[in-house]
Design a protein around this ligand. Structure first.
Ligand code: ZN
Ligand code: ZN
Length: 242
């Protein structure tokens, strides 16, 4: 292993694997090797702390890496561990801190299975999304606005942005759109299968519905926390009632 330089993506999946199998020591070892995506690495690690309810480790890591206090998912995880460990005072303090800093509570994460069987995981505004996926979303935006009266619904953007254009760009970096953009860069007519950890916003629903017009007979399935949405030929199986 000494001569192999692992990509950060691989390191993060190692952290995930060890954290999920309750091996916090190994997970921490890999988390310490991550230099760029530290928040992502330590969040994966904290998920392991939550699983085994190890609040003393959470306390130690939080102290060592104060940047985690700026990340909503890390804060949610840390406060959850505090609550489960019976440290209600600490949990309340963390939740208050999140409110003061206006941290959005749960960031969206989407998973898409690509043709080679690989699962890609994207968060909102994920920087590791290949450029071709972003180009795909931007070109779809142009086409559906032009041909299917798509208008970006910026009311779905919870954060404040300086202007509408910036808000639209943010909206078009929601994790399910990134996953869809990536899937559509692959040739073929296979079903696209995306899973996400939140309920899809109205804009993503509308965007994907309109996009399905551009790929006749192709199925786009999005499993969100509320239900499965099967998009085909411009409409969704939920009938828009979701
Ligand atoms: Zn959305
Ligand atoms: Zn639907």
């Amino acid at each position: 292993m000494n001569h192999i330089v692992m990509s950060e993506e691989l390191l993060i999946s190692m952290i995930d694997v060890y954290a999920r199998s309750n091996n916090l020591e190994k997970a921490e070892h890999y988390a310490r090797l991550v230099k760029k995506n530290k928040t992502l690495a330590w969040t994966a690690f904290l998920a392991g702390c939550k699983k085994v309810v190890d609040y003393s480790t959470v306390r130690r890591i939080r102290k060592e890496f104060p940047f985690l206090e700026k990340d909503a998912s890390a804060m949610v995880l840390m406060s959850n561990v505090a609550a489960v460990a019976g440290e209600y005072g600490e949990k309340d303090k963390m939740r208050e801190m999140m409110d003061e800093r206006n941290l959005k509570k749960i960031p969206g994460v989407s998973y898409v299975v690509l043709q080679n069987g690989q699962v890609h995981r994207y968060t909102v505004e994920d920087e590791k999304v290949p450029k071709k996926a972003i180009d795909m979303i931007d070109s779809i935006y142009f086409k559906i606005a032009e041909n299917y009266n798509y208008v970006a619904d910026v009311s779905c953007v919870l954060r404040k942005f300086p202007d509408r254009e910036v808000a639209i760009t943010h909206l078009h970096r929601h994790s399910e759109k990134l996953a869809l953009g990536m899937a559509l860069t692959e040739p073929g007519n296979h079903t696209i299968d995306i899973t996400e950890n939140l309920r899809m916003c109205m804009d993503c629903h509308n965007f994907i519905e309109k996009t399905s017009n551009l790929y006749p007979s192709r199925k786009i399935i999005i499993e969100d926390t509320a239900r499965s949405h099967i998009f085909m030929n411009g409409s969704c199986s939920c009938g828009g009632d979701y």
